[in-house]
Design a protein around this ligand. Structure first.
Ligand code: NAP
Length: 468
């Protein structure tokens, strides 16, 4: 498998790298195992924290160069790439700042003498996607390195420059080679890594297919996995949602990263016939006003999709949706310019038997629905295999919270699209995966909360009192 930067704005291959040999992989795993046994988890939490804070500082200082690297790998607009880098730095800082409290021993108040101690598990494998090339790595490395685990990361094959840049930041900050290592590996080698008894867990963000394959291999080895998979997030627009603010939020929810986000607003569900017409026109105007161009140019508001393959996949989904009766309310075609650009697209009149009704569309394509009432909106929102995020827009916050709770998902937002901060857990249910990243929940996914129960010298065996 070749790792290659193919700039999606130009179609040019800028760099490529071969997958490493099995011998090189074995050497990396040996180094990682040695680092876990003798070094990283034995360092004071404060020392690990200082290193991660240095990494955060480097990311902030070098954000322009790193953003351009991201842009060349996968086409992200530079201002959005800078936003991602700032979030990545904030994640590293947050776990550095909160680890001491989180990892402190926790006496069990109802069990005298019993305490839970946070211990790391060992080597973790992270398999990551291209769409947020720094955030994805930071949200695993930040918490897990603070726990004392060590991480080997297999990034997506189309973002090798980002994979190397993140590893380089970690190294310059002082993370030893055995505590964080980038791997250019093949799918077969991923299997072999999971089989290695020194590897104790795997986390994958990506498609259902890749998730199922990695989770199956982990399960066969009795190892823990966390899966962050695709989504088809609904945005429910109730009768009283203000039009302007809702459209602004929908634009961020839909078009951030050219729609290539697991938690993008993929389905807009508007309550009421007249409001449906109003919102459709407003979304057509807003999405239609985006200006395609070079993602390195700050004036560009519509970047390419990540690759020619991704563009062809999207065009096929649009064609199939149309053939099954959907109306193309906006766009629908490739943009006539160099690079892999798709017109912002809105699909309407999507019937239940249309393939896109239940698929994830990973690009600048909005599925638009109009329903008669709240109950129909919730039923439609939940009628997909996914359950990642979701949102509801309303002037009535109590009603908003009630509807948010009724959406079958791991996350739901009222009056904002789904978004991510270091403090909030991220993850889904149904085919969107299991487990969480970020927050205290993500922090704890690969921790051995080890029980140590201490009784005084000469204590009688358990149950001896009762037995007399
Ligand atoms: P993908 O094909 O599953 O790729 C994701 C990662 O898995 C890449 O590193 C890929 O490597 C690797 N991979 C692919 N097949 C594999 C296999 N059989 N065994 C082991 N590893 C394998 O996903 P994608 O289509 O590029 O990414 C988009 C998907 O990710 C969307 O569904 C999106 O919603 C989801 N996503 C979810 C979240 C979340 O937090 N829930 C966040 C972002 C994205 P190669 O690149 O070398 O193939």
């Amino acid at each position: 498998m070749a790792y290659r930067t193919t700039n999606p704005a130009t179609g040019k291959v800028e760099k490529s790298f071969e997958s490493i040999t099995d011998d090189a992989l074995a050497a990396i795993l040996d180094e990682t195992a040695r680092c876990y046994r003798d070094d990283w988890p034995h360092r004071a939490v404060s020392e690990r924290a200082a290193i991660l804070k240095r990494a955060a500082k480097i990311i902030r200082e070098e954000q322009q160069v790193l953003a351009e690297t991201m842009s060349r790998d996968m086409g992200k607009l530079v201002p959005q790439a800078i936003g991602e880098l700032q979030l990545s730095a904030a994640i590293l800082d947050y776990y550095a700042d909160t680890a001491a409290d989180f990892l402190a021993p926790k006496p069990l108040p109802d069990a005298p003498g019993a305490t839970l101690h946070a211990q790391p598990l060992g080597i973790l494998l992270a398999v990551e996607p291209w769409n947020f090339p720094f955030f994805q790595l930071a949200r695993v490395a930040g918490p897990q390195l603070m726990v004392g685990n060590v991480v080997v990361a297999k990034h997506a094959s189309n973002v090798p420059a980002c994979a190397l840049a993140f590893e380089d930041v970690m190294r310059r900050a002082g993370v030893p080679a055995g505590a964080y290592a980038n791997l250019f590996v093949t799918t077969d080698q991923i299997g072999a890594i999971i089989d290695d008894p020194r590897v104790r867990g795997v986390t994958l963000t990506g498609s259902e297919k890749a998730g199922a394959s990695v989770a199956e291999r982990a399960a066969r080895n009795l190892k823990k996995s966390v899966l962050e998979l695709g989504g088809s997030d609904p945005m429910i627009v109730l009768e009283d949602a203000p039009v302007e603010a809702t459209v602004l939020n929908a634009m961020v929810g839909k078009m951030n990263n050219t729609g290539q986000s697991c938690v993008a607003t993929k389905r807009m569900i508007v309550v009421g016939e007249e409001r449906g017409k109003l919102f459709l026109e407003a979304m057509k105007a807003a999405m239609g006003s985006l200006k395609p161009g070079d993602p390195l140019d700050p004036k560009t508001s519509l970047g390419p999709v990540s690759s020619e393959g991704a563009l062809q996949g999207l065009l096929k989904q649009i064609e199939e949706a149309k053939a099954a009766g959907a109306e193309i309310a906006l766009g629908g075609s490739r943009i006539d310019r160099t690079g892999s650009y798709l017109e912002p697209t809105i699909l309407a009149n999507i019937g239940k038997d249309n393939p896109v009704y239940s698929q994830e569309i990973f690009g600048p394509v909005l599925s638009f629905y109009v329903v008669p009432d709240e109950a129909a909106a919730v039923a439609l929102a939940n009628d997909v295999p996914f359950g990642l995020g979701g949102s509801v827009f309303t002037g009535d916050l109590k009603r908003g919270e009630r509807v948010a709770l009724a959406i079958e998902s791991g996350m739901a937002f009222v009056n904002n699209p789904t978004w991510s901060t270091p403090q909030m857990p991220f993850g889904g249910i149904k085919n969107s995966g299991y487990g969480r990243e970020l927050s205290q929940l993500g922090f704890g996914e690969f921790v051995n909360w080890k029980l140590v129960a201490v009784s005084p010298p000469g204590a009688l065996p358990p149950g001896a009192d009762a037995a007399g």
